[in-house]
Design a protein around this ligand. Structure first.
Ligand SMILES: Nc1ncnc2c1ncn2[C@@H]1O[C@H](COP(=O)(O)OP(=O)(O)OP(=O)(O)O)[C@@H](O)[C@H]1O
Ligand SMILES: N[C@@H](CCO)C(=O)O
Length: 320
């Protein structure tokens, strides 16, 4: 028997103005997937789920419905059809969910990326991370019905990832400025991505579109040139945030508290309910976190919130 543990961290999709086309990984927290290779023939599926820890029993144990096992099945299929590797053994999967579900922290993507990193090493690393990312994106279709890449790609590859094109997939890696810190506030409520996508408009006015893509271009420029003021000015979302803010009690109070505490900018993390803010120092990011936590706790709903302060993760999914 051979055992490999994969790890992939939380990611923030959209990054305010980049709906579905921009995302980044933070260093922690993250999900762990432990894979054990058995040479024996599989009873039914080549991948089985031995145990899931930390999900409160919420996640499916059907290998075709859990993103961690589903992507390993896709990986094995790809090995057979594209690498002439016909896997005959049985992989047992154990998932340690350290990321909250439906949180805006890329929970399903982290499980998928961690599983792929482990499976690839388990079978002798036949694929590149760029090949693996396709399966991680397909895992999002299982999780929320849409194969958006702005969590899956940074979860696999690290850094900021700009999705220039989905078909064909064309990803652009953007390394983070040296002093950029992310503060992530996760209020103890759930917002399912599928629902948060259903409240968005199918079309937007041309004026709205020009404002949004102007900010995407400026944000990318700010990241590449370490222009922290420009990064802050560009964290404006006129498409998704106005429609999703009502799903997050106290969102605007939290956003104002973050900005007053010195954040460069602040918006919804992915589809929410988490809220993220950028700062140009760890000290400011920590002060921002305290202000966001306080703001969530003083609204009518008196929400408790977990706070993480982290630089952007360069590594992406890896084995431990
Ligand atoms: N390993 C997994 N981890 C998390 N969710 C999973 C996993 N496998 C399947 N799912 C399904 O995906 C749903 C979570 O999808 P959803 O996108 O709402 O949450 P999320 O991935 O945590 O979202 P976000 O990307 O906003 O953090 C769960 O309700 C579950 O049904
Ligand atoms: N781009 C996705 C991110 C989900 O985390 C959305 O906003 O629905």
């Amino acid at each position: 028997m051979k055992t490999v543990t994969g790890f992939a961290s939380a990611t923030i999709g959209n990054v305010a103005c980049g709906f579905d086309v921009l995302g980044f990984a933070i260093r922690e927290p993250g999900d762990e997937v432990i894979l054990t290779l058995h040479d024996s023939e599989p009873s039914t599926s080549p991948v089985s789920i031995k145990a899931i820890h930390g999900d409160g029993g919420a996640l499916p144990k059907d290998p075709k419905k859990n993103t961690s096992s589903f992507v390993v099945l896709k990986f094995l299929e790809y090995l057979r059809t594209h690498k002439d590797i016909d896997f005959q053994g049985h992989i047992e999967l154990e998932l340690r969910k350290n990321l909250p579900l439906s949180s805006g922290m890329g929970s399903s993507a982290a499980s998928a990326a961690a599983a792929l990193a482990a499976a690839n090493e388990l079978l002798g690393s036949p694929c590149t991370k760029m090949e693996l990312v396709h399966f991680a994106i397909e895992g999002e279709r299982v999780a929320c019905g849409s194969a958006h890449a702005d969590n899956a790609a940074p979860a696999m590859l690290g850094n900021f990832i700009l999705i220039r094109s989905y078909n064909p997939l064309d990803l652009v890696t953007i390394p983070p400025p040296q002093h950029l810190y992310c503060t992530l506030a996760h209020p103890h409520i759930e917002v399912r991505t599928a629902y948060a996508r259903s409240v968005l408009p199918r079309t937007i006015p041309l004026k709205t579109a020009t404002e949004q893509w102007g900010n995407v271009g400026a944000l990318v420029s700010g990241l590449l040139t370490s222009d922290y003021e420009l990064i802050g000015r560009s964290l404006v979302d006129v498409v998704a945030e106005p429609k999703r803010a009502p799903l997050i009690p106290g969102f605007y109070d939290v956003k104002n508290a973050a900005l007053e505490a010195g954040a460069l900018g602040c918006s919804i993390a992915g589809s929410g309910p988490s809220v993220f803010a950028f700062s140009s120092s760890k000290e400011t990011a920590e002060q921002v976190g305290s202000a966001m936590k306080e703001a969530f706790s003083t609204i009518e709903e008196r929400l408790d919130a977990d706070i993480w302060v982290s630089p952007v993760c360069h590594e992406g999914a890896r084995t431990l």
